[in-house]
Design a protein around this ligand. Structure first.
Ligand SMILES: *Cc1c(COP(=O)(O)O)cnc(C)c1O
Length: 422
């Protein structure tokens, strides 16, 4: 455990001793009006641009310019197999085998594709269990799937609620809900890290409890991938989806990822929405009228891979892998603890922190609940060069990320934040 100290010199020393500090230079940091580095705490919404991204995009454009359609087979990274590299790079980040992972589409699209295969209501088992206040897109996707199968979301959706007076869910309450209601549940679909509270769920325990009751278990890892270590294969998770533009720095609306446990693709009769790129690669161009899925997650692809959008993701994932999830997690928890230490040191009743302080139950993000004037505080922070996020009615979300944020950013932020309180 790090013993935190209040002075700026502590932050300076932490940065000097930080083995990950050199990674900051690999990213473009947005500048303030005065030409200084801003304090960028929005890696939970859109990660910063790796300096290598532009070269990789240009290299793909060059291959197209030089080779035309031959770019599928020639050039610096042939398009036919381009996204294999992404599966390999994702594997250590989400804890899956490359064959269990595919880079395709965007997150909400993948949620639907996965539910097409894995939400199979039948008889009394027709419900989806999700956490209350999931990200809106997930709520829309889930409710529309329930309706698509002819059920009323009022009956077909079980939402897990925190206890009265609490902001986050207790694992024991989730397990209890699964134990008592699991027989009516076809699918459990939960955000691995909740986008609003920053709470990290015990995915291994939830998966075990769900499987004990015969439920399929999937996770939305938008706020977990690249933020916390994951072991999807070993946890026996059925499927998962994530976006690549938050903690993974792949660029705006960059191509997302999906995981399907390798128990499943063996069941080749599993219903799925199919497209030609999911067809077995060796025989794809025989143009057979009958779909023969690629083994593994690749069998869920519909269209040919959008190489230009995959290019920045590839370079970004290379950086995350070089740093390594364990090292990133170590720094992330040290930074989160430091932020909490400094905020608590303000001894202010103007705010509370809703994110659990237990390292097992959190990632990078801290969600600060403002008692009043939250919106004005957020505006003042932005004006002072702190990129952070405002969620109605009272929440400021702060995400110090280990790849490019410094302990000094946290120190400076808390000074500015204290100043905003007047
Ligand atoms: C960011 C986020 C999304 C966004 O979905 P897109 O399809 O990428 O626009 C969806 N769900 C969760 C939980 C998110 O955090």
């Amino acid at each position: 455990m790090t013993t935190y100290q209040t002075g700026r010199d502590f932050a300076v020393r932490m940065d000097r001793e930080d083995a990950l500090a050199p990674y900051r230079a690999q990213f473009h940091i947005p500048q303030t009006a005065e030409g200084k580095d801003s304090i960028y705490f929005l890696g939970n919404s859109l990660g910063l641009q790796p300096k290598t991204a532009q070269d990789e995009v240009l290299a793909v454009l060059d291959d197209w310019k030089t080779h035309g359609i031959q770019g599928f087979y020639k050039g610096h990274a042939p398009w036919l197999t381009y996204n294999q590299a992404l599966s390999d790079l994702y594997a250590p980040i989400v804890g899956g085998k490359p064959s269990e992972i595919v880079a395709m589409n965007t997150l909400s699209v993948n949620l639907h594709l996965m539910m097409a295969s894995f939400y199979r209501p039948s008889g009394k088992r027709f419900k989806i269990m999700a956490e209350k206040s999931a990200f809106p897109s997930d709520q829309y996707a889930i409710k529309s799937q329930i309706k698509f199968h002819g059920f009323d979301p009022a009956e077909g959706l079980i939402e897990l609620n925190p206890r009265a007076g609490e902001k986050t869910l207790r694992t024991e309450d989730i397990i209890e809900a699964i134990a008592t209601q699991g027989e009516s549940v076809a699918l459990i679909l939960i955000g691995g890290v909740n986008y609003y509270t920053g709470q990290l769920f015990d995915m291994a325990a939830i998966t075990r409890a769900g499987h004990d009751k015969g439920c399929v278990v999937g996770f939305d890892l938008a706020h977990a991938a690249g933020n916390v270590p994951l072991a999807l294969h070993d946890w026996d998770v059925d499927f998962a989806c994530w976006c690549s533009y938050k903690y993974l720095n792949g660029g705006p609306a960059s191509i997302a990822g999906a995981f399907v446990h390798d128990r499943h693709p063996q069941e080749l009769d599993l219903p799925r929405f199919a497209g030609w790129w999911g067809h077995e690669q060796e025989t794809r161009f025989l143009m057979s009228p009958d779909f023969k899925p690629s083994p593994g997650a690749a069998g869920w692809q519909l269209s040919n891979a959008p190489v230009l959008s995959l290019a920045p993701v590839k370079t970004a994932l290379e950086i995350s892998n070089q740093a390594g999830m364990d090292a990133l997690r170590g720094k992330s928890l040290a930074m989160a603890g430091y932020l909490e230490f400094l905020l608590n040191g303000l001894n202010s009743d103007a705010f509370t922190i809703m994110t659990p302080s237990d390292p097992q139950a959190r990632g990078c993000q801290s969600s600060i609940v403002m008692r009043e004037n939250g919106k004005a505080t957020h505006e003042a922070l932005m004006a002072a060069g702190v990129y952070c996020d405002w969620r109605e009615p009272d929440c400021i979300r702060i995400a110090p990320v280990p790849l490019y944020n410094r302990f000094e950013d946290i120190y400076d932020f808390v000074q500015i934040f204290a100043g905003c309180q007047g």
